[in-house]
Structures are given as structure tokens and as C-alpha cells.
Design a protein around this ligand. Structure first.
Ligand SMILES: [Zn+2]
Length: 381
């Protein structure tokens, strides 16, 4: 155990040095982001030693990718009393300035699976995208969350929301659909570190007719649909991988013009995602990194592509190279939610650039922006 800890400290200190060659990487930030919620650094180190993916081989970092980036999946927020009280500094209005600094050429914003709860509050994405030339919004899929919540929303209300979304599209307010959260468990429950807070669970019947309506809409318009389905929730014995793979395969055949995006690398092992890629030419995935304590542990059974040193697991690096037309970057940041997102530009994007830079040179631009540009019809010039 002692040896592992020493090794761990060595890894941290040497990698901090190599980051410094390219960036002024500050070690304290890493500690704040990754260890912030544990009682002590010692406790944090013990916990990280127990992290289940630690033994996976990782792709070493060398030079960062310095070209343009499209962030194809983000959820920035307006200031709220709650966020301000925790000392959060940056909010959605700061995003253009922050993304400019980080050389992010375009950000695709979208509702989260649970936004439907507060649907009126979130319609500001349409105006925000209209007023910012480097921001595009997906059409909101609130009707999916509503349909999953039968007690609260009648069919007529769900259908009305669906029709209004179609109207937004027709008025040129949005492109693509999502983030449609069909199956979403409470990831905050995972241990460690026993986070406070909770994520509302969603579990829509995959045969619900609203799903086919959504697919018909994107298929007709040959656009992306961003789907969030968590195949695993190990702590409750949940493994729905076979069921979900069948779902994706059925839908991709039935709707060949839809561009089906599996959110967050499908949250499944690479070989299963690749099986879907092979079967479905019209499937894609956005990849995010776990960049703080909560995302690392929340995704501990969901096959996050990076480890706690912000290196790509070799299996993911290889998959990105082999299926280089299918992956695009999608930070999944919730700027404005809490102080952990304040560091998104200064630190998070530096790690992303280092990770992209660890891929073979001919695939870096595809993953960084070309695939997303094609999918969302973004012309960067
Ligand atoms: Zn998301």
C-alpha cells in the first residue's frame, strides 16, 4: 500500500512537470478539482488508489493539439442564487469570452435530461444562440423527460411541447435534438465520495411512441439526435447493455437519415460501442473527460475515456483512431452551476488539448472539430 502511494505521488509530480512544459499547470488546481471533497489529501489518495480503472493502460501525453475545437455538447447556465452563494464566478454570459480564450470556435449547447422540470427557465438557449455567432443550440427534447414522468405530464402536454419544438426548428431557432435522456440514474449515489446532492432518475419505456416521433423528426431533417442512456448502474445491479445495443441497432436501421449520437462515448465498453458503429453507419459519439471528483466517480461504471491524470485510456485512444469519423468532443460542462466549472477554460481545455494531441496526427483535427462541423453543418470560415 505504502509503495502504491509513493508511486502515486511520483506520477502526480512528474506529470505536473510535463504539463508545465506546455502550460503553466498548477498543481493546487488539480488537488482542488480532484480531491476537493475529501477530508484530507491522504483520504483522497486512498480513494483514488481504489479506483477501478487505474490498472488500464493509458496513452502518454506529448504535445498538445493547438488548432480549433468545436465543443459539441455543453450546458451553460444563467446565474442563480445557489451558484452565487457557493462562489461560482462564471456563467453563460461569460461563455463567449471564455471559449474565445480557449480557442473553441463553436459551442453546441443543449438542455440536460432533467431540464424539462424547469422548461420555461431554459428556453433562453434559443435566444442566447441567436445572439451569439459562436453558439448553436440543439432543439430541446424536454418532451422526452416529460413523457418519462407520466404522473406529472399528460399526453396532451407532452405532445404540445413536441409541436412547439418542431416549430422552433421551422423558425430556424435550433438544429439537432437533445440531449434526450431516456435512461438516467442517480450517479451522485455512487461511492466514494458520498456526494451530497442528487440527480433525478429517468427511465422512459423504450417503446414509448414519443421516441419514434423524435426519430422521425430528425430523420426527416437528416440531423443529429443526442441520446443519453446509461447502460449500467452497478450499485443497484443494473446492466442493460444488451437491451440498449438492440435499441440503437433497431433505430439506426429504421431511421437511416438520422444522425444518432450516443452521448459520452455511449457509457459502455469500447468493443460494444464499436459493434454499434460497425452495424450502424449513421452513429456517432461525443466524448467527455472526467475532470473532477464527482464526474470521475459518477462514471466509474460508465467507461469514461480518461483516468485521474487526464490521460486517455489506450483502448479509447485506439478506438478514436480506428473510428476517427465517429468521435467528436463534447465537454458536457455546466458552466455556472458550481465553482468546479470555473476552471473549465484555464485547466480543463488544456487537458483536452493534451489528450487530443496524444492521438495520431491525422485524426486530431477530425476529433477536435471536423466531425462536429460536418454533423452540425458548421462552417468555421
Ligand atoms: Zn450532457
Amino acid at each position: 500500500m505504502q509503495k502504491i502511494l509513493i508511486l502515486f505521488l511520483l506520477i502526480i509530480s512528474t506529470s505536473a512537470k510535463s504539463f508545465d512544459e506546455h502550460y503553466k499547470f498548477e498543481h493546487e488546481y488539480y488537488e482542488r478539482i480532484m480531491f476537493g471533497k475529501s477530508k484530507s489529501i491522504e483520504e483522497a489518495k486512498k480513494l483514488i488508489d481504489s479506483y477501478k480503472y487505474n490498472k488500464l493502460e493509458v496513452r502518454e501525453l506529448s504535445k498538445p493539439y493547438l488548432g480549433p475545437i468545436i465543443d459539441g455538447h455543453a450546458h451553460p447556465r444563467k446565474a442563480s442564487q445557489k451558484a452565487l452563494s457557493t462562489g461560482t464566478k462564471y456563467f453563460i454570459d461569460d461563455m463567449p469570452m471564455l471559449t474565445d480564450k480557449a480557442n473553441i470556435s463553436m459551442t453546441v449547447i443543449m438542455i440536460t435530461p432533467n431540464t424539462y422540470y424547469d422548461e420555461t427557465k431554459w428556453n433562453y438557449y434559443y435566444d442566447f444562440a441567436a445572439n451569439n455567432e459562436n453558439v448553436l443550440t440543439n432543439c430541446h427534447s424536454n418532451f422526452i423527460g416529460m413523457a418519462a414522468n407520466k404522473k406529472k405530464y399528460k399526453k396532451s402536454v407532452v405532445d404540445k411541447e413536441f409541436d412547439e419544438t418542431i416549430q422552433k426548428f421551422k423558425n430556424g431557432k435550433c438544429y439537432g435534438l437533445g440531449e434526450a435522456g431516456l435512461v438516467h440514474y442517480n450517479k451522485k449515489k455512487k461511492n466514494p465520495p458520498k456526494y451530497r446532492g442528487e440527480q433525478s432518475e429517468l427511465d422512459l419505456d423504450l417503446k414509448h411512441p414519443i421516441i419514434d416521433k423524435a426519430f422521425e423528426f430528425v430523420n426527416e431533417n437528416k440531423m443529429p439526435i443526442n441520446l443519453h442512456l446509461e447502460p449500467f448502474h452497478e450499485m443497484d445491479g443494473i446492466d442493460r447493455l444488451i437491451e440498449f445495443k438492440k435499441f440503437y441497432k433497431d433505430k439506426c436501421r429504421k431511421y437511416p437519415d438520422a444522425k444518432i449520437v450516443l452521448a459520452h462515448t455511449g457509457m459502455m465498453p469500447t468493443q460494444d460501442l464499436e459493434e454499434i458503429f460497425d452495424y450502424c453507419p449513421n452513429t456517432y459519439t461525443d466524448w467527455k473527460i472526467a475532470f473532477h471528483w464527482s464526474s470521475l466517480w459518477g462514471f466509474e461504471d460508465l467507461h469514461i475515456p480518461n483516468d485521474y491524470r487526464f490521460k486517455l485510456h489506450e483502448v479509447w485512444a485506439k478506438s478514436m483512431e480506428k473510428y476517427s469519423d465517429r468521435y467528436f468532443f463534447g465537454s458536457d460542462h455546466k458552466l455556472g452551476k458550481s465553482p468546479s466549472y470555473d476552471v473549465f477554460v484555464e485547466h480543463y481545455m488544456k487537458h483536452v488539448r493534451l489528450m487530443i494531441g496524444s492521438l495520431s496526427p491525422d485524426v486530431q483535427e477530425k476529433i477536435a472539430y471536423k466531425n462536429a462541423a460536418r454533423l452540425f453543418k458548421i462552417n468555421l470560415n
